[in-house]
Design a protein. Structure first.
Length: 404
């Protein structure tokens, strides 16, 4: 009997470590090892919005910068950034690859409203943190419906109302033309004008859409000019914004012209349009322009310039989308710093919603990130700016939206 008890005890002792090890492995955070954390993203490195792929290139470069410093809390970041060509079906394919094959800890900074729309339910159903997505579509700010998603652009509602207010005060009663991309991006901006103008929208606004697969927007611009509009607002991607600005001048039209903040890159949009054609254009910003002489001796801008020289050789300092990617990198670093050694998806999400008075180095003075359980937006403040033919010049006070 004693011998039998000893055999049973030995079996128990032999099996227990195996069971314990299996349990421990089951509890290991997804995408995390002792030396590395895997993070996934998608960008339009090709396709009709490839100019915005430079955001991804800058983020990749910033991750290399972090890793060269030893990573965060002893772990290197493995950023897996895939090309979705600004195509929703491709974005779905690549996002599922990141989650299911690459087993990333979380998704960070995917770019493009249509692609994010195609993936937002999937990410939230899987309870994968879907952080600081680069779209201002209003639906992504709905923290009740999408609790695992946070946004990395000011909402299109906030931005659109700022432009509607500016045009209405600058040219009271004027007819306003809107050229918009036929997706959530364009429709949200049109909705913001409708919300601000209320009953006057139907009387003052003429809107014309285009598809992201269209070769040009020339016919739409000609149509909008024929409406007699004295102002035009372009809500689209860099490629079509550049086309629109160029066509407006080609046909001898001189309306007050406003474009969205994601298309303000001098190198990526305005040079393609022709700098003379872009002179006088109005938009908004929340980040510093490294070409603005206002920041000539600003330490943050000097550091950014040094970063571009080292990590983005050949990168154009006039391309403002690099600044966006750089700032996204700082947000990523901050979240991981706050996580410490707890890199479970629950804690990553918790820390993403616990950014308090955090101002990335290239943010404009007076603007900070304050996320919470009730506010999943990084940016709720903007400042208007005017292009003088060479640089963007800021004017007016900060425009703040309630964070709800």
């Amino acid at each position: 009997m004693l011998q039998r008890r000893l055999v049973i005890a030995a079996l128990i002792l032999g099996v227990a470590p195996v069971l314990f090890a299996q349990e421990a492995r089951a509890e290991d955070p997804v995408g995390v090892t002792a030396t590395e954390i895997r993070v996934g993203s998608t960008f339009p490195f090709s396709g009709p919005a490839s100019a915005l792929g430079n955001v991804g290139k800058a983020l990749i470069a910033y991750v290399q910068f972090i890793n060269d410093k030893g990573g965060v809390n002893g772990r290197k970041i493995k950023l897996i950034a895939l090309d979705d060509a600004y195509t929703p079906s491709k974005s779905v394919e690549q996002t599922r690859k990141l989650v299911e094959n690459e087993e990333v800890a979380f998704l960070f900074s995917p770019l493009g409203t249509a692609g994010i729309s195609a993936n937002v339910k999937y990410a939230n159903n899987k309870k994968v943190p879907h952080l600081f997505v680069l779209s201002g579509a209003n639906k992504f700010t709905n923290h009740v419906e999408y609790p695992y998603t946070t946004t990395g652009l000011a909402s299109y509602d906030t931005e659109g109302k700022a432009y509607a207010k500016f045009i209405s005060e600058k040219m009271p009663g004027s007819r306003i033309a809107i050229l918009y991309q036929n997706d959530d991006l364009g429709k949200d901006f049109v909705g913001a004008f409708r919300s601000y103008l209320k009953d006057d929208f139907g009387k003052l606004v003429v809107a014309k859409s285009y598809e992201s697969t269209d070769p040009t927007v020339d016919s739409q611009v000609v149509f909008l000019k024929s409406s007699g509009a004295e102002a035009i607002f372009i809500a689209g991607s860099p490629k079509f914004t550049a086309q629109g600005l160029r066509k407006i001048r080609e046909i001898g039209w001189n309306p007050l012209t406003v474009i969205v903040s994601s298309t303000t890159s001098v190198a990526g949009t305005l040079t393609a349009a022709g700098l003379d054609n872009a002179k006088g254009v109005v938009s908004s910003a929340f980040l510093k322009d490294p070409m603005d002489t206002t920041w000539k001796n600003d330490p943050a801008v000097e550091n950014y310039r040094a970063f571009v020289t080292k990590y983005l050789p050949g990168g154009d300092l006039a391309d403002g989308v690099y600044v966006a990617g750089f700032s996204q990198g700082e947000i990523l670093e901050k979240i991981l710093q706050q996580c410490g050694n707890d890199l479970t998806r629950d804690n990553i999400m918790k820390q993403a919603l616990s950014l308090r008075s955090f101002s990335p180095s290239m943010v404009l003075p007076g603007i900070a990130i304050n996320t919470s359980a009730d506010n999943h937006q990084a940016w709720t403040s903007l400042q208007l700016q005017n292009f003088d033919g060479k640089n963007w010049v800021r004017f007016g006070e900060l425009i703040n939206a309630p964070a709800d």
